[in-house]
Ligand binder design. Structure first.
Ligand code: ADP
Ligand code: MG
Length: 611
């Protein structure tokens, strides 16, 4: 095109596009979900801007998405009246800026060949090349002229001023459908896909579609030709009227006719505003898929409630079945994914003030009645209500996890053969595997909720290291004379089972918790007791044994006085002190850490981190 400026895609993006355009992947349909979700995002943005500046909406005040097919030219058009993109946005967002998700997604795809997750990596737009060999994006942003971006996924794209018909505000995607993707030009297919993927989009989605209607035409008039078109279906009332006059000789004739009109495909209901008792399991499941931008992802649990009082809001939160990509690997870089609405208006999906970091794996929606609508993002972010909302969200989520955890316990007790019960019982175990470390981080970071989080812990112990048990399980099995909850930290269960620190405790029938993750050491510096019982590192020198064990200690001390003096001289400053004790059962001596020092395991961890 004349006057177009040419650009080359960022290298990784180019690779991704090349893979997509040549893909034989069968699940190409997800492109529609991604494009409609981008349209909805853009609509959310303009609606948000218009809250503080009414003028932003201008002439284009209907916020909507329109889908149309041009059968002759095999073009699918998706138009939104969203915020649009400036020339600069087009260049950056659709091509030259490297996105961190691109290579992560490519890597993921190599492993699973699953394109479905593309939206979660922030590169959803490019999925259009699953079905297109050429794409034109015409966009109009309030701050700029109307521009056109175009690319045939051949490594380049071009941007030029668009002097064609004005689109008002927003974005039009003209998708030239590939030979092997012609099904996406079929109305029925498009309807099916919108129903499947975009049911919960908060803006109306229209499809320009045809309809066969039966029409009564007066016999005389019919002779005059039937090129007169009508766009409305007859109502039942009309038919009744006709029947009344049927007694006379028929003056009309029924003919079939095709009419075209914009068909509303979604009823854009806000599921979270409904009462939980009115929402079915499948509705919850479908809503989750829409939130997660993935059609085979499931939630392990959901929390849906309405908070009343000074701060009113509704929330629908999901615990995903599996952790988001990079959730723990990039813990501090991971963005929360709760959507904040104020009275049904989308405000933001990256308010870190809404949910603590360790729970940022939750997906869902919070819709507040209390927060003010027409204020800046900064004002909202600092609003006092947000703290209250956050606190309540955390409580509710932890309660729900506790229920899941209890269900596991209950199911384990009864020997029900019921499949549902079994699934219930396995749920928490699965959750723990995915998110156990997140809860441990919670213990470190969220002091007020520490006791609640401790109840959700699962640990391995010396009794049966294969099994994960709760601290309640441990406490319920404590010996009568046992005052402390014993634990040992180390690199592996095998190492710990061989530990000399264990022998006396085991001999006495005490159970010892085995901690083998590096994070456990940090966790234990924050949890000092559970159920009024103090935690005790079994490798430290303040392990308390029963009175019986102290018997004869005085005599032994006397007996070994000279040996101790010799040891002390031999080891000098290398040790703090040399003591006679009853800590051991069979081994002659051990090196212990002082109560105030780092455990040997902590030394090991610190050393490995220093590398
Ligand atoms: P993501 O939506 O996760 O940011 P995408 O690859 O889907 O990633 O989209 C990239 C960017 O392109 C978006 O963040 C947005 O800035 C811009 N964009 C895409 N589609 C539209 C649209 N219909 N209207 C306005 N901006 C859009
Ligand atoms: Mg997107």
């Amino acid at each position: 095109k004349e006057g177009a400026e040419k650009f080359t895609f960022q290298a990784e993006v180019n690779r991704l596009m090349d893979i997509l355009i040549h893909s034989l992947y069968s699940n190409k349909e997800i492109f529609l979900r991604e494009l409609i979700s981008n349209a909805a995002d853009a609509l959310d943005k303009i609606r948000f801007l218009s809250l503080t500046d009414k003028g932003q909406l201008g002439e284009t005040s209907d916020l909507e998405i329109r889908v149309k097919v041009d059968h002759d030219n095999k073009i699918l058009t998706i138009q939104d009246t969203g915020v649009g993109m400036t020339r600069d946005d087009l260049v950056k967002n659709l091509g030259t800026i490297a996105k961190s998700g691109t290579s992560a997604f490519l890597e993921q795809m190599q492993k699973s060949n699953d394109i479905n997750l593309i939206g979660q990596f922030g590169v959803g737009f490019y999925s259009v090349y699953l079905v297109a060999d050429y794409v034109e994006v015409v966009s109009k942003h309030n701050d700029d002229k109307q521009w056109m971006w175009e690319s045939g996924a051949d490594g380049n794209f071009a941007v030029s001023e668009d002097t064609g018909e004005s689109i008002g505000r927003g974005t039009v995607l003209k998708i030239h459908i590939k030979e092997d993707a012609q099904e996406y030009l079929e109305e029925a297919k498009l309807k099916e896909l919108v129903a499947k993927y975009s049911e919960f989009i908060n803006f109306p989605i229209y499809l320009y579609s045809s309809k066969e209607v039966e029409k009564e035409v007066p016999v005389e008039e019919q002779l005059a030709g039937d090129d007169e078109k009508e766009t409305e279906e007859e109502t039942d009332a009309d038919k009744d009227d006709d029947e009344d006059s049927d007694d006379e000789a028929p003056k009309t004739k029924k003919v079939k006719e095709t009419v075209w009109d914009w068909d509303l495909l979604n009823d854009n209901k806000a599921l979270w505003l409904r009462s939980p008792s009115d929402v079915g399991d499948d509705e919850y499941a479908n809503f989750y898929k829409a939130l997660a931008k993935s059609d085979h992802e499931k939630a392990a649990a959901h929390v849906h409630f309405r908070a009343e009082g000074d701060v009113e809001f509704r929330a629908l939160l999901y615990v995903p079945e599996s952790a988001p990509p990079n959730f723990l690997a990039d813990y501090y870089g991971h963005k929360p994914s709760l959507k904040l609405y104020v009275r049904r208006v989308f405000i933001s999906d990256d308010f870190e003030e809404l949910i603590p970091r360790y729970l940022s794996f939750l997906k869902g929606i919070v819709d507040s009645d209390t927060l003010p609508l027409s204020v800046s993002r900064e004002t909202l972010q600092a609003h006092a209500s947000l703290k209250v909302i956050k606190k309540k969200l955390v409580r509710k989520v932890l309660d729900s996890l506790k229920k899941m955890s209890d269900a596991e316990k209950d199911a384990a007790k009864g020997d029900s053969a019921d499949e549902d019960d079994k699934a219930e019982a396995e749920k928490y175990g699965k959750f723990w595997k995915e998110f156990g470390r997140a809860l441990k981080l919670g213990i470190i970071e969220d002091a007020p909720n520490r006791p609640r989080l401790a109840k959700l812990l699962r640990v391995r112990t010396s009794t049966d290291p294969e099994k994960l048990v709760t601290l309640d399980d441990y406490v319920s099995r404590m010996k009568e004379d046992q005052k402390q909850i014993f634990y040992l930290t180390g690199a592996s269960v095998e190492d710990l089972q061989k530990s000399v620190f264990l022998e006396k405790l085991i001999q006495k029938g005490y159970e010892v918790i085995f901690f083998t993750e590096p994070i456990d050491e940090y966790v234990m510096t924050h949890v000092t007791e559970y159920d009024d019982k103090k935690f005790q590192d079994a490798s430290k020198d303040d392990v308390k044994l029963g009175k019986d064990d102290k018997k004869g200690l005085k005599k032994l001390k006397e007996e070994f006085k000279d040996v101790l003096a010799w040891w002390k001289e031999l080891l000098g400053a290398a040790v703090g002190q040399v003591k006679v004790s009853t800590r051991l059962a069979t081994s002659p001596a051990i090196v212990l850490t002082s109560k105030y020092g780092w455990s040997a395991n902590m030394e090991r961890i610190m050393k490995s981190q220093a590398l």
